[in-house]
Write a new protein. Structure first.
Length: 69
C-alpha cells in the first residue's frame, strides 16, 4: 500500500480512558483521507501504524488502523 503525505501535514492523537482525539490541519486530514481510501482497497489484515516517530506530532498516542473483512 502506498502511504502518501501532503506537504505540511500535522496530526496529533491523544487518548485518555474514555476518549481518543485526533487533531489535524487541512493537509493532515487530506493525507489521512487518502490513506484510508487506500486501506479500504487493501486486503483484510492490512494496517497502517502511526506514531510520533513516523507521522504524528511529538507526544502523540500511538495509533493503528486495521482493515477487517
Amino acid at each position: 500500500m502506498d502511504i502518501k503525505w501532503t506537504d505540511g501535514s500535522r496530526i496529533r492523537v491523544k487518548a485518555d480512558q474514555k476518549t481518543v482525539t485526533l487533531s489535524a490541519n487541512r493537509e493532515g486530514l487530506l493525507s489521512l483521507a487518502g490513506q484510508l481510501r487506500a486501506l479500504a482497497e487493501s486486503p483484510p489484515g492490512t494496517h497502517i501504524h502511526y506514531d510520533e516517530f513516523n507521522s504524528l506530532e511529538a507526544g502523540s498516542t500511538e495509533w493503528i488502523i486495521e482493515k477487517t473483512e
